[in-house]
Design a binder for this molecule. Structure first.
Ligand code: ZN
Ligand code: ZN
Length: 346
């Protein structure tokens, strides 16, 4: 089968590899029908994920059809259409039992797919702990509707959940990339009084204005003033930092009102300053990133009910054989791209 593979620093290549086989009684083999490219794939390509193993098949955003299951898999069966969770987790350890599945202590726990073990930019993928890692897609939900459930939508859902948003709140979201928009959709479900999105790129700001006309949009340079004029208590009640740029962490806590919650979803390239003397007396609550992706079944229900729709994010579509071209467009942000869908085996 074809598998897009991390060869070495700076180099991915579409190789021929053997089809994966069951290795454990809890594994499943999934035929990938639709996949995508995530910014984390680019992080692997450019060497900023040291635990990524050369030779591994990349890709951790995908949906597919179960081909085969081990004898201990109980929640899915061959023929089921499923979403694949970016995180592998056992469901049984101290952290899993408390919902902190990102910190699962299993040897394959955490983000393993497409990083430490073969992922889904391929025709088939082996999913360990399939009872936890796969969720059945309702018949009325299409592959494109379900494509982001296991990764960026799980992240947005988790971020909105831990931010404890209340109906009277002014919520600031910094960054309107794919994860920022998924976060926005999940914040909207919680019906705060006001949502403000801060985005540097005029193209992405326009996307938010067009698709979500009730959301206020500002840019980093004007953000502090904008928040002051559009909040009730001198700053946002909740800030979600999804941009991960050089100065967006500072912007996040500066735009927060005293006693606000600041949720950091972003993954930074560099350490960030936490200047405690400057924020003394502001009594902020910080929550930090690393999605606990265990709400996929609930997210699928919300999609089925028409309450979440991420399909506008899919701006480009390619077959697996043209994945090189898809990376080129995604990596260089050409042609107004937000997300690409990679068509696997039908
Ligand atoms: Zn990802
Ligand atoms: Zn666990």
């Amino acid at each position: 089968m074809k598998a897009y593979t991390y060869i070495e620093h700076g180099k991915f290549e579409l190789l021929d590899k053997p089809k994966p086989e069951l290795g454990d009684s809890r594994d499943a083999i999934v035929r990938v029908t639709l996949g995508s490219i995530c910014t984390s794939d680019l992080h692997i390509k450019h060497g900023s994920v040291p635990r990524a193993v050369p030779g591994v098949t990349v890709g951790h955003e995908m949906v597919g059809v179960v081909e085969q299951t081990g004898p201990d898999v109980t929640t899915v069966k061959p023929g089921d259409r499923v979403t694949v969770n970016v995180e592998t987790f056992c469901g049984e350890c101290f952290f899993c039992k408390r919902g902190y599945v990102n910190n699962c202590t299993d040897p394959d726990g955490g983000w393993a797919l497409g990083c430490r073990i073969d992922g889904g930019q391929a025709e088939y993928v082996r999913i360990p702990h399939a009872d936890q890692g796969l969720d059945r897609i309702p018949d009325t939900v299409s592959d494109e509707q379900a494509l982001f459930v296991g990764d960026i939508l799980a992240t947005g859902f988790w971020a909105a959940r831990i931010s404890e948003i209340k109906t009277g709140d002014t919520v600031l979201i910094i960054g309107a990339g794919p994860t920022g928009i998924c976060t926005l959709l999940c914040v909207m479900l919680r019906s705060p009084k006001r949502i403000i999105v801060c985005e540097k790129s005029p193209e992405r700001a326009r996307f938010v204005r067009e698709h979500y006309p009730d959301v206020l949009v500002t840019e980093p340079e004007r953000c502090r003033d904008f928040i002051l004029h559009n909040s009730d208590h001198g700053g946002a009640d909740v800030v979600l930092e999804v941009a991960g740029a050089d100065d967006t962490f500072k912007l996040a806590w500066e735009c927060a009102r005293p006693n606000a919650t600041v949720t950091v979803v972003a993954l930074y390239d560099r350490p960030q300053m936490l200047p405690l003397p400057d924020m003394y007396g502001k009594n902020l609550i910080f929550k930090t990133g690393g999605v606990d992706g265990c709400d996929c079944a609930e997210i699928l229900r919300l999609i089925e009910q028409g309450r979440i729709d991420t399909t506008p994010l899919i701006t480009h579509r390619y077959p697996l054989s043209q994945i090189e071209e898809a990376y080129h467009i995604f990596e260089n942000r050409l042609d107004g791209v937000i997300k690409v869908a990679i068509k696997g085996r039908g």
